[in-house]
Design a protein around this ligand. Sequence first.
Ligand code: SF4
Length: 268
Amino acid sequence: MDNATGLQYLEAMGIDVWVTRHQPVAIGQATDHPENTFESGGWAEHPEAYQEQHSMQTAANAMETVSADFPRHSAASQFAHANDPIWKDLQHEVSLCRACSLCETRTQTVFGVGNKQASWMLIGEAPGQNEDLQGEPFVGKAGQLLTEMLRAINLKREDVYIANMLKCRPPNNRDPQAEEIAACNHFLQQQIDLIQPKIILAVGRIAAQNLLNTQRPLAQLRGVEHQLGNVPLIVIHHPAYLLRSLLEKAKAWSDLQFALRVYQKLKT
Ligand code: SF4
């Protein structure tokens, strides 16, 4: 990834870039001079971006090595497995499921999407309105932001596998209930077993707390390498939350950098 592209991704995530006026911008060319300004927002308003900026070169280097270190299966392999009978049967079973009351209010089940041989698996909490209507997890504005977040670490949406804990939308987007998660969990577990990801990202507080079986707040779960079975699990902010909170986008960048470091450590 070249520097300009890297900056575009950071900007798409809402992470302001600290640049000197009238000079071209490049990752790693930041200065420490306080007279420099943010093109948007200003240093005083975005101190976290200053801190993040100093990590850009490291992160950019990491971006370059994601695909090189671990050869990922191409998007074509997703289609090669599209007719895999195990996946087909599982998806069919989900589509017919009436194990909890959410079947009464769903438009359709939302199974999961992506590369079924992915190294990276993302798990959210449950479908929202757009997902319920379209039958795909993480669509709409939050989905677009998630796609940009993935691009920031040099991953395409089709490179990863994305699923939710629940396959049906809770009414009015309320939090999932414990019995619903318990009823649906075996579907998610089968997806994890089939994909065998190298790393899992728990997207948002609800997913993180339930996957890790804890009530600890998100702030305590971020920045820590957890384990789900024998798979490293990293907690990141939910993109819907990030859309509501500009300042948290810088923290999301930190989360992604941390996930990259954990991922790269797997090869050692
Ligand atoms: S949420 Fe899961 S357990 Fe409940 S009806 Fe949907 S697929 Fe079945």
